[in-house]
Design a protein around this ligand. Structure first.
Ligand code: GLU
Length: 353
């Protein structure tokens, strides 16, 4: 197996970005994800650059002990190029607070107790209140702001979410709390569809208990491909990259795509959607809640001072809304797509710094 850490840019602060475990991980994927992190941290105006890591494995085929050994070995290997003010990893696809605690422990054995070396840790090891839910919460905030911008009645809106991991499940939770109707969701095993809206509270409980939505009592079965074609206001791809492409884009039936995953819409599909007038809210804005609360976690670690969940969430809300408004203004003044506007804001800030 082979692992990577790519450091793209550190003009505005330490390299920052997650580490994913997935069989499709290769150097090019990690490179492009590292680049996205540079623009994401810049867009949110947090003092970081961009980096990313990954190991090309299917972690479901490993025991917990094997995963621990692999994680520790990887972190030991990248030790010479990371540091609390140099490069700060975090969770991504198939990694979580448990993996972060192995990373932190491995680093701390060499350098002394160093919680700020990694974010997304368990609360007991210097993690932040609100970090686990942050990416999903940010996604919900951005969906709410998009509804306001394009005059969609949020309470009355229909939402489809592909992916029910950390991002998709928390996005569903908060959107459900806003009063939206989540009519379909899926995970790796397939999807569930109910035009009257799924009982999200029970579904989250079921998923937490069983590790999958498969077997839940409500909804018709739908495949991961077909779920994208369901008529809805907001389609939220919250799993992997490249799921909306040239071959399936014409079949979509939504008003807005909210990119909760990194890179779910390929560039050719993006062009087609722009021409058709389907709004695409880009990943570097939508899913930036995760790295934003990672930044709050790191600040708390450096200060050795813990914030309340309310403080974290208030600060997250302010950051997300400010970035949304900045992108909206750029979109208006340059008469361009939201993705182009988000890149313009982000690249401009890095260029200036
Ligand atoms: N992996 C997440 C992302 O793609 C979070 C990165 C972080 O917190 O550093 O934004």
């Amino acid at each position: 197996m082979i692992g990577f850490r790519v450091q793209h840019n550190n003009t505005s602060g330490p390299f920052k970005g997650g580490i994913r475990y997935h069989e499709h991980v290769d150097i090019d994927e990690v490179r492009s994800l590292a680049t996205l992190m540079t623009w994401k941290t810049s867009l949110l105006d947090i003092p970081y650059g961009g980096g990313k890591g990954g190991i090309g494995v299917d972690p479901t085929k490993f025991s917990k002990t094997e995963l621990e050994r692999m994680s520790r070995r990887f972190f030991r290997a990248i030790d010479p190029i990371i540091g609390v003010n140099v490069d700060i990893p975090a969770p991504d696809v198939n990694t979580n607070a448990q993996v972060m605690s192995w990373f932190m422990d491995e680093y701390s054995q060499i350098h002394g107790y160093s919680p700020a070396i990694v974010t997304g840790k368990p609360l007991e090891l210097g993690g932040s209140e609100g970090r686990e839910a942050a990416t999903g919460k940010g996604t919900a905030i951005i969906t709410r702001e998009s509804a306001g911008k394009w005059d969609i009645d949020l309470q009355d809106s229909k939402i489809v979410i592909q992916g029910f991991g950390n991002v998709g499940s928390y996005a569903a939770k908060f959107l459900h709390e806003y009063g939206c109707k989540i009519i379909a969701v899926s995970d790796v095993t397939g999807g569930l569809f109910d035009p009257d809206g799924l009982d999200i509270t029970s579904l989250i409980e079921y998923n937490n208990k069983n590790g999958t939505i498969k077997g839940f009592s409500q909804g018709d079965l739908v495949s991961n491909e077909d779920i994208l074609n369901i008529e809805c206001d907001f389609l939220i791809p919250a799993a992997l990259g490249g799921v909306i492409h040239k071959m399936n884009v014409e079949k979509l039936n939504c008003r807005v795509i909210i990119e909760a995953a990194n890179g779910p819409v390929t560039p050719p599909a993006d062009d087609i959607l722009f021409k058709k007038g389907v709004y695409v809210v880009p990943d570097i804005l939508t899913n930036a809640g995760g790295v934003t609360v990672s930044y709050f976690e790191w600040v708390q670690n450096l200060q050795q001072f813990q914030w309340t969940e309310e403080e974290v969430n208030d600060k997250l809300e302010n950051k997300m809304v400010a970035a949304f408004n900045e992108v909206s203004s750029m979109m208006k003044s340059k008469k361009t797509s939201m993705r182009m506007a988000a890149f313009a804001v982000a690249i401009d800030r890095v260029a200036k710094s």
